[in-house]
Design a protein around this ligand. Structure first.
Ligand code: RAM
Length: 765
């Protein structure tokens, strides 16, 4: 056994003092002694079985500590002496691999031993070379899987050793016969990895390898089956009661060669049959062939599913609920927010919003977890950001992803539709590309850390300059745009579709992004840029008013989204704003108190209503139970947020299978209004990150109480209001080292008292 000499121990911690802003960062840097290795045999290019790598080594001395540094082109799972390395899944995560490839570091001291050791690592296609994106193309980042890993050992006598991936490793196929994100996984437990093939050294670069910044994907909640269903078609179906993202652990005993097939679905159709058409081409199937060795525990490794139901075929014997457990997988973000009120439907909505987040925060913020898409859609992410940051601590999750946004941004500043951009560039869309400014600025507001603005400033500026480049006379009126995606369309074709002109929308986002860039420049002390972009902003607004606004404040597109965006982003002159807000309310009334907004208008709809004194109308929209509304899906039994307002139509039939996800968080953006306006928890932008807190609850909608809280970096802020004999009783909790301005409301939501308070618990009535 050839052991690397201690002299080669090259994992250097360079505690480089990276002085950025006023914060000091200690950055561990790995010097890789390991070589990239890949399978040294011709692969089955159709099924692409996982590749199993192996290294046997002997340690002669007592080990004090052992650490693994590992990454891969493809997904990896490793074991030392048959014990899993770490608790993370789908590692090394998903980034713009060719520019930024994360490695992970694990303490494996308890796994190694003096004497003979075995280190195994298995690689699957994953996002790297599995079918992804439109037309499910394979090989988005490269054609072959490769492994890079090193194990650094410190002996009790202080000496060091290193075991690296190199030509001394062996490899072979093994039980995982195929695995892809959309297709699922096929495991034949009869096949064992025998490691009888050589590996090949490859010359992939090292300079794109980076430390992991965010929380890895880990296992979370588990669910047991509800009573087993036999559908009208005779399928054996298990309902886990919750639409979730992850997979099902199965226990089975059977003859060698018996095949169990598990298909996944989010919903049953009107007749009660298993429905998978909305997964489009995603097979989303786990297939297990038993080894016949007694009780076998089965679960996939390099895939995941978005599902509530599974259809099981080939299971030996009766289906026993004890043998099936669904497990939720998502990035290990710390839960930070809670929200509860006197309306059970709203509590279910909050539940659905949180589960939409859990199901779509798997290293990257994805649009959906089930069909052949599951991509980092930029628009969806920006729409949902503020809500996400209430429910979970997403600081690291988004600082990592924003770096991929910057990495995948084009030289002309264009931002691709999805990040990591595995689908190619089709131009930039308003409301999608603005992720480059909206998330950094809002991250600064909620976490109070300038670093994100430093990191993203070039990207923010690039995006605004891109829009300028594509403008004529300060009007951004070029290119293709998604517009107010999935806004209301009349099921009766009665001409009431709520379509907003796409260039009118584009102009609103052009203004908003320019405003945010100028805000960022001001925080970072870039005075020249502040001047430049403030001047640009005035021209953009003037152009908007020339092109899209009548003298009385009516907009060219007379839709809710049109008014919402113009008002939210301050595009109209002061004197026209109240009239425009009135037009918005008139429009809502014209739809019998229903919203008609799509992805872009929805997040701001209730905020704009509240800002202009129509919180009562906002409550009417929020509490609306008929289509289109937030509670309509809740009434239809949703356990997550749907992609469309009418994913299941009033007659029980489905919207088109071409686009009908039942786990799409975008419309969950209402959560932000629930926390910020209903409960009234907000940060003061003059002291962001909740250093100064504004507590301004606005009761309404006939609710009798509301309780909400947020774990900020200073500690917990919470609000509890309740209505007792026609007046409001308010309890607030303000964290250490912060101050709060509390606005005490009456039962109608009007402010009756204001108080400046320090940390502690405060009671008002
Ligand atoms: C859909 C995605 C996503 C949306 C784009 C425009 O396919 O699911 O939600 O942002 O299209």
């Amino acid at each position: 056994m050839k052991l690397a000499s201690t002299l080669r121990t090259q994992i250097l911690y360079l505690f480089g003092l990276l002085c950025i802003g006023c914060s000091l960062y200690a950055q561990p840097v790995v010097t890789w002694k390991a070589r990239w290795i890949e399978a040294g045999y011709p692969e089955d290019s159709v099924h692409r079985p996982a590749i199993y790598f192996h290294k046997a080594f002997i340690l002669n001395k007592k080990v004090k500590s052992a650490r693994v540094y590992i990454t891969s082109r493809g997904l990896y799972e490793g074991q030392v002496n048959r014990q899993r390395i770490g608790q993370a899944y789908l590692t090394p995560g998903w980034t713009s691999y060719n520019k930024r490839l994360q490695y992970q570091e694990y303490d494996v001291t308890s796994l190694v031993k003096t004497g003979a050791n075995a280190w195994n690592v298995c690689l699957g296609d994953g996002w790297y070379r599995g079918a992804m994106g439109f037309n499910a193309h394979r090989d988005r980042y490269g054609k072959s899987l490769a492994l890079l890993c090193q194990l650094e050992i410190t002996y009790q006598n202080g000496k060091k050793d290193i075991i690296c991936s190199d030509s001394s490793w062996a490899c072979s196929e093994g039980p995982i016969r195929s695995a892809e994100i959309y297709a699922g996984e096929t495991v034949d437990a009869r096949v064992q990895a025998v490691y009888d093939k050589p590996v090949r050294i490859t010359n992939y670069p090292y300079d794109n390898i980076i430390a992991t910044e965010n929380e890895l994907i880990t296992r979370h909640e588990t669910f047991k089956p509800l009573p087993i269903i036999t559908t009208p078609k005779g399928e054996k179906v298990i309902d886990f009661g919750q639409n979730l993202t992850g997979w099902v652990m199965v226990k089975a005993r059977g003859k060698a060669g018996s095949v169990i097939t598990i298909r996944h679905a989010e919903v049953l159709d009107k007749a009660g049959n298993f429905y998978t058409e909305n997964l489009r081409s995603a097979q989303a199937t786990a297939t297990y062939t038993l080894a016949g060795t007694g009780e076998e525990l089965l679960e996939p490794h390099f895939t995941y599913f978005g599902f509530r139901y599974i259809a099981v075929e080939g299971y030996p014997g009766e289906l026993n609920p004890d043998d099936f457990t669904a497990v939720a997988l998502y990035s290990d973000m710390k839960p930070t927010g809670f929200f509860e009120c006197s309306n059970p439907l709203l509590n279910q909505l909050q539940h659905n919003i949180q589960w939409g987040q859990r199901g779509n925060f798997l290293d990257v913020p994805t649009d959906c977890p089930q069909r052949d898409e599951r991509l980092g859609w930029t628009g969806d992410a920006q729409v949902f950001f503020r809500t996400a940051a209430f429910n979970f601590d997403v600081k690291k999750f988004f600082s990592k992803w924003l770096k991929d946004v910057a990495a995948d941004q084009r030289a002309d500043g264009g931002v691709p539709w999805v990040v990591p951009n595995c689908i190619g560039y089709y131009g930039s869309s308003a409301g999608w590309g603005d992720v480059a400014t909206i998330i950094p600025w809002n991250m600064y507001l909620v976490y109070g850390d300038k670093q994100v603005l430093e990191n993203q400033y070039t990207s923010m500026k690039g995006w605004v300059d891109y829009m300028t480049l594509n403008s004529n006379d300060d009007l951004w009126n070029k290119g293709g745009h998604f517009g107010d995606w999935l806004s209301y369309r009349s099921p009766d074709d009665d001409g009431s579709d709520a379509i907003t002109d796409k260039y009118q929308i584009a102009q609103c986002f052009y203004a908003y992004s320019t405003q945010l860039l100028s805000n960022a420049a001001s925080v970072l002390g870039k005075t020249e840029d502040v001047k430049k972009y403030e001047a640009l902003l005035s021209r953009i607004k003037a152009a908007f008013n020339r092109e899209y606004v009548t003298a009385s404040g009516r907009l060219v597109s007379n839709t809710q989204t049109a008014y919402v965006l113009a008002l939210e982003f301050d595009l109209l002159p002061e004197q026209l704003r109240p009239t425009a807000a009135r037009y918005l309310v008139d429009n809502i009334r014209a739809y019998s108190n229903h919203l008609t907004t799509g992805f872009l208008g929805t997040p701001y709809l209730c905020h704009v209503l509240s800002r202009f004194g129509y919180t009562d109308v906002a409550y009417q929209l929020l509490l609306q139970e008929t289509f289109p509304s937030w509670l309509y899906p809740v009434k239809k039994g949703a356990t997550t947020i749907w992609e469309r307002w009418d994913g299941i139509k009033t007659d029980g039939s489905f919207q088109t299978e071409r686009m009908n996800s039942f786990n799409h968080y975008a419309y969950g953006a209402i959560g932000d209004w629930m926390y910020r306006v209903m409960a009234g928890i907000n940060t003061d932008s003059s002291a962001p990150g909740y250093k100064k807190i504004i507590i301004k609850p606005q009761p309404g909608g006939g609710l009798t109480y509301c309780k909400a809280g947020l774990q900020t970096q200073y500690g917990s802020v919470s609000v509890h209001w309740r209505i007792e004999s026609n007046h409001v009783v308010l309890d607030v909790e303000v964290p250490e080292n912060t101050t709060a301005t509390v606005y005490v409301p009456d039962v109608k939501g009007s402010v009756i008292k204001m108080a400046e308070v320090k940390s502690g618990k405060h009671h008002f009535e």
